[in-house]
Ligand binder design. Structure first.
Ligand code: HEC
Length: 222
């Protein structure tokens, strides 16, 4: 095929003039006049371009640099507000620990069950020395105790086993219990609990009521 074309050219069968004519004819056949049709898509492209431009500016403004969840307002907390937020969260997480680890016996309302499980609401075992309540959770408690004038632990079958939770969980749950149901005792920190844990290392068994009463004379003096 190429060979034949070359031959034609070399033999001069088609003049330059012919070639130009044929090509311009072909050109007309292949490309019907497009004037007037081209304008419409161009206008669309331009209009959409403008739209996208305007919308992006609008979006960038209203979403604060395209953030998915832009802050509605910047809040600067004072040290006091930060502190109360920290306590609030600590108590909130302590409440969850309580629901899982304590409420089955002491009840969600902290009132316990008369004759069986002593109340935590208004109990000085709860609201006095941070070491007392922490020790009870760390090692458990058995034997007779008096809470709000009532005697508990008279039956050996009803006692409290050590609650196997972390120092942080103990700090959170005690802080919750000391501030719930009308109790207004101070926070207990994780560091304090760690200290109490190390300090009571030698105590393998559950504490007995009499043992704790002797350990905290100032709490039980009256
Ligand atoms: C299996 C039931 C049970 C669970 C769970 C339990 N306790 Fe107790 N708790 C008792 C009993 C029973 C006593 C009383 C023991 C005695 O009389 O010697 C007691 C005593 C106490 C006391 C001292 C008395 C008082 O009422 O103030 C505190 C404080 C206490 N528990 C806190 C807790 C906390 C906090 C938790 C959860 C981390 C917890 N207990 C989980 C049964 C339980």
């Amino acid at each position: 095929m190429t060979k034949k074309n070359n031959n034609n050219q070399s033999q001069g069968l088609m003049s330059d003039q012919d070639m130009v004519e044929i090509h311009s004819k072909l050109n007309v056949d292949k490309h019907p006049p497009t004037k007037g049709f081209l304008i419409a898509p161009l206008v669309f492209v331009f209009v959409f371009g403008c739209l996208i431009f305007v919308c992006s500016i609008q979006l960038a403004h209203s979403t604060n640099q395209f953030q998915l969840h832009p802050p509605t307002e910047i809040v600067v907390l004072t040290e006091e507000e930060k502190e109360s937020l920290r306590i609030e969260r600590k108590i909130e997480s302590g409440k969850k620990v309580f629901a899982v680890r304590c409420a089955s016996c002491h009840q969600a309302n902290g009132l316990g069950i008369q004759g069986q499980y002593p109340p935590l609401a208004g109990s000085k075992w709860v609201t006095s020395d941070p070491a007392l309540i922490s020790n009870i959770i760390l090692k458990g408690l058995k034997g007779e105790i008096t809470v709000k004038g009532e005697v508990y632990g008279t039956s050996a079958a009803v006692n409290m086993a050590a609650v196997p939770i972390t120092d942080r969980e103990i700090a959170n749950v005690t802080t919750y219990v000391r501030s719930a149901w009308g109790n207004t005792a101070s926070e207990i920190t994780e560091e304090e609990v760690s200290f109490f844990r190390a300090d009571s290392e030698d105590q393998v068994e559950q504490w007995t009521g009499t043992q704790l009463v002797e350990m905290f004379p100032s709490v039980f003096s009256n």
